[in-house]
Design a protein around this ligand. Structure first.
Ligand SMILES: [Zn+2]
Length: 520
């Protein structure tokens, strides 16, 4: 069973899920099902895949179900339905490639964790590790998995160094078959660009980790220093975005309005680059002001994206960290040289596909996660622009061909799916056929003479009755909560012992109920 965003949607997770599920299904070795996040009961698309699909979103007419669904944001990732679905399908292997905080419930949920023998199925996880200084809670979640994969060899090293966690291999997303080399001059002309214009492209969401202002500033400096007027910067992103950068300001301040293109896509199907003109542009095809910047909801097709990359001379990902950054894999598949920050997944990409490296000047700790984000050396990025665009045309093209050769040598969906199958085949099947694990919690007792550490151990051993959680991060976290309090909004509030007792009593009752359902 694969847990991801529904394979018929067009998000990055969906595309990954579709490719993986298809290969697992076609291998004829497994019974395949998907727990489809954002999949909605009653949607006819649920019947499109040949495998079984379990949606997570209740029917639009099911008001009560919708209310329950909306009550917990993690229901979007399957928290609300996973127990029932697992009990119905009884998987031997559960596969996921979400972030730790999306799917913590998989590790802390009963069908997985309720027996000392180690659960009923093998949980295989490929976490998006995009930075050093991983949180202890994330590492402890990964540690509870039976199998681990990583998106890139860079993240493999982080898991090893920081969590002493060993992965079975790397299984990155790849470009679909649409991403293949095309005729550069024709691709440019199809977008109304002159065939000799040089294009630098960045494809990315408009959010703070993507360093658009630095890229625009650096590009403007490069134009000024080089005196070139035949090089354009093409940004494929969303604007305006309430989480994102004020692109208009960067473009205006640097006086590069005529040198920066933004992708606009119209309802009529027309996709075109235009000088930046805010969130909406005039569509030359249907003659309406109805074209908007690309966004997650209205992604352009892989065909249009491939055409855009084929019009590109240098693909740049200027970002402070990436879980993968699929766009540069797609660019490499189209024979476009790549330039990325030498940090996180981007470091793997430039290493394996022989790209231009932009080293970080330093790593800066981020307040929300404690992870370290790269501060890239913009002067080095500028030097790459100088270097690449001073090369004769033939060498630029050879560099692109070499990038594609390395891409093909290292990556394919076949290789990625084979990594998952290797892990699956290496883990012996567990059984769902176990006696009910029902336990009776001890009644409430404040135990005033116990220390917080002893009280935490009593709650784990005698109230949730899950001794396997002793001496884990779970225990450590509980001691901290007993000592310092529990987060309430943005404030830490101390709670009496009864509060914690009630929490774990509820948890044990829920476990007992689920075990009764499983064994009936
Ligand atoms: Zn139009």
């Amino acid at each position: 069973m694969v847990i991801s965003e529904f394979s018929e949607l067009s998000t990055g997770y969906s595309i990954y899920a579709k490719n993986l599920l298809r290969q697992l299904y076609q291998s004829n070795k497994y019974d395949v099902a998907e727990l489809a996040c954002y999949g909605e009961v009653g949607d006819p698309k649920l019947n499109s895949p040949p495998w079984k699909v379990f949606p997570t979103v209740p029917h639009p007419d099911d008001a009560q179900g919708r209310q329950q669904y909306d009550a917990d944001p993690f229901n979007a990732f399957g928290k609300g339905v996973c127990n029932a679905v697992f009990n119905e399908w009884r998987p031997d292997y559960v596969l996921t490639f979400f972030d730790a905080w999306y799917s913590d419930h998989l590790v802390n949920m009963p069908s997985y964790y309720n027996t000392v023998e180690g659960g009923m199925f093998n949980l295989i996880w490929m976490p998006t590790v995009d930075a050093v200084n991983q949180k202890q809670s994330w590492l402890s979640t990964y540690k509870a998995c039976d199998g681990l994969l990583c998106y890139t060899d860079w993240s493999r090293d982080v898991l090893k160094n920081e969590g002493r966690l060993f992965t079975h291999g790397e299984a990155p997303a790849c470009g679909s078959e649409e991403f293949a080399p095309g005729n550069k001059a024709k691709a440019k002309e199809s977008f109304g660009l002159h065939k000799d214009t040089k294009i630098i492209t960045m494809v990315s969401r408009n959010q703070r980790r993507k360093l658009f202002p630095d890229l625009i500033n650096t590009f403007a400096e490069y134009l000024e220093e080089s005196g070139r007027d035949d090089v354009l910067l093409w940004l494929h992103t969303s604007y305006p975005d309430n989480q994102g950068w004020d692109l208009s300001r960067s473009i205006m301040d640097n006086e590069v309005c005529g040198k920066v293109l933004i992708t606009y896509a119209c309802e009529c199907g027309n996709v075109f680059p235009n000088h930046f003109c805010g969130g909406t542009a005039f569509c030359g095809n249907c003659h309406r002001w109805s074209a908007q910047t690309s966004n997650v909801g209205g992604r352009i097709s892989d065909n249009d994206m491939a055409r855009m990359l084929n019009a590109t001379d240098l693909a740049v990902l200027h970002s402070n960290s990436e879980g993968q950054g699929i766009f540069t894999w797609q660019a490499a598949a189209c024979s476009v040289p790549i330039c990325e920050v030498d940090y996180s997944a981007m470091a793997s990409a430039v290493d394996k596909m022989d790209g231009y490296k932009v080293p970080p000047i330093s790593l800066m700790e981020e307040i929300e996660t404690g992870c370290k984000r790269a501060v890239p050396d913009n002067a080095a990025l500028k030097a790459v622009f100088h270097e690449h665009f001073s090369l004769p045309n033939s060498l630029q093209i050879m560099k692109g061909a070499e990038t594609r050769r390395k891409y093909v040598e290292n990556y394919s969906w076949d290789k990625t799916a084979a990594q998952w199958m290797n892990v699956i085949d290496s883990l012996p099947v567990k059984t769902w056929d176990k006696g009910a694990n029902i336990a009776n919690p001890e009644p409430f007792n404040e135990h005033p003479y116990m220390s917080n550490t002893e009280y935490a151990r009593w709650l784990i051993g005698k109230v949730t009755v899950q001794p396997e959680r002793l001496t884990t991060f779970f225990e450590l976290n509980l001691i901290e909560e007993l000592t310092n309090g529990v987060m309430e909004g943005s404030k830490m509030r101390r709670q009496p012992r009864q509060f914690f007792y009630d929490r774990y009593l509820w948890f044990r009752d829920r476990l007992n109920q689920l075990e009764q359902i499983r064994c009936n």
